[in-house]
Design a protein around this ligand. Structure first.
Ligand code: SF4
Length: 259
């Protein structure tokens, strides 16, 4: 199975011949400068995942997206953790693939990891995460039970001032194939886009639209109902909009229940 995956990548022009170096690290024999990233393997991380991640990191945009589109969960998550497809890899402490039930009916999508998420390697921790947990509980859901939580970008975008910032268009374009593969693997009944970045990135819209103009009308993404609502971090700053968010979540529940 793993051999087949690598063979397929090689057939797409992505797969160099890999050899094991004297120091135990794998290296591409026909691309001598390209080696598997230095970070040690995580417990249980398959070496094939690290190899594929290195291949994807070195591939051009379309080829890399093709490779990501056929990954299984283990390879996908390992690839994200080893990814160098955009500059956000340089400052990250942890890449944050996502968390939850891989067969969930509900998929919540945020913008990107913040400081807490970067430190812990899990999306939506801290005060915004607590609010998201409360929102899920109000729907009769719980983190990890029939829910999956992911972000548009998997590494923390940091501004020059050291604070969290929205990802750039290039960063979104580099990272989106990972989320697209996650959506295909999960096959959710409904997607909830939390905030404008999630909404415009999934729908391919310009980012000069206001979230208020996107809310209230369910969309479809890859055949899955998509409901747009406010990001929990925004709701912490503007709790008056929690009522609107609850209405959005009720619409999402009715769409999920109808499937
Ligand atoms: S944000 Fe996405 S594309 Fe950029 S380095 Fe992280 S995982 Fe790779």
């Amino acid at each position: 199975m793993k051999h087949t995956r690598l063979t397929r990548l090689h057939q797409m022009g992505l797969g160099p011949v890999w050899t094991l170096r004297a120091d135990g690290r794998a290296q591409a024999a026909d691309v001598p400068h390209m080696a598997v990233p230095e970070a040690p393997l995580r417990p249980g991380e398959p070496i094939v995942a690290r190899l594929v991640a290195a291949v994807v990191a070195s591939a051009s945009g379309a080829s890399a997206a093709d490779a990501i589109a056929v990954m299984d969960w283990d390879v996908l998550e390992a690839s994200i953790r080893s990814c160098t497809r955009c500059g956000l890899c340089e400052g990250r402490r942890h890449a944050v693939p996502g968390v939850g039930d891989r067969g969930a009916r509900w998929l919540f999508v945020g913008e990107g990891p913040g400081r807490n998420e970067d430190q812990q390697g899990e999306p939506f921790v801290g005060p915004a995460g607590k609010l998201l947990d409360n929102m899920m509980r109000a729907l009769g859901l719980a983190r990890g039970e029939n829910t999956y939580i992911a972000n548009i970008v998997k590494c923390r975008p940091v501004g020059a001032d050291g604070r969290d910032r929205p990802p750039s268009a290039d960063e979104v374009a580099a990272c989106l194939p990972y989320l697209q593969r996650q959506i295909a693997l999960i096959g959710p009944d409904v997607i909830v886009a939390l905030g404008k970045t999630a909404a415009v990135s999934l729908l391919g819209l310009a980012d000069d639209v206001a979230l208020a103009s996107l809310r209230g009308k369910p969309r479809v993404y890859a055949g899955v109902p998509l409901v747009i609502t406010y990001h929990p971090a925004y709701l912490l700053r503007k709790p008056v909009d929690k009522a609107k968010t609850w209405r959005d979540l009720c619409v999402a529940k009715s769409l999920a229940d109808a499937r």
